[in-house]
Design a protein around this ligand. Sequence first.
Ligand code: GLU
Length: 292
Amino acid sequence: MSSFVTRFAPSPTGYLHLGHAFSALLAFDAAREAGGRFLLRLEDIDRTRCKPAFEAAIFEDLAWLGLEWETPVRRQSDHFEDYRNALVRLKGKNVVYRCFKTRKEIADEIARAPHLGADGPEGPQYTGTPLSKDEESDRIDSGAAFAWRLSLARARDALGGDFSSLSFTEERRGGRGETGTINATPEIFGDPVIARKDYGTSYHIAAVYDDALQGVTHVIRGEDLFPATHLHRLLQALLDLPTPVYRHHRLVTDETGKRFAKRDRSVTLRALRESGETPADIRRRLGAASGV
Ligand code: GLU
């Protein structure tokens, strides 16, 4: 078996649709072609949006499609401790700070000073202001909720000259045709939230941590996540984790060019299956979409 390891990492927040099938099949086929391994990972840290019924449906739909994956399947909600420890390491490097602001407060602040909020991949490129130790203690004592933001300025200081040379390899392409060696520009996020108020971590920490833990060599996923890779590369550097190769694929769209979303019932794999389509039909439908 080769050293190639890839994964499909859905979030059980709805039924899988054609877009997921495309991503899962690309990863599965790539592992087969390389004589490598294919993993399934459940990204279910958002406990309010993820549902057991959707998790069960993921297993059922992927098996129906003809995919086989290794067991046990890593379920992120069983590993919050790991992600907390990763955050502790970032705290140890002094690159994170508490942010007590509500969305509304941030929106008001940006309305007053629009230069604070240029568009970033996850909303405004907001850079917060760490509070003094005393102010922070007062807020904590009063029970105020906070998120942890990654300070790009402090990350730059922590990494020194290495910061500007961070890069990753893109073997397919990002949404704007980015391919080859990509210079990482995590500053497009401002100071991103990397541990949310509600569940104490983030997709970014969990995905980066798990890709390293599971020895993933190739991340195959939709181009909507290409911008996140800039931040993932920085987190890898700060957490001393290896950087996989990336293959972002284009998103499957309907005939009007609109990408599928979980709310589009008609293209869920179960709806297609119930209407009599076979896994071969699904592969045929997606075949046309499989170009880079
Ligand atoms: N869980 C993410 C999603 O369902 C995929 C994350 C990834 O592949 O890195 O969109």
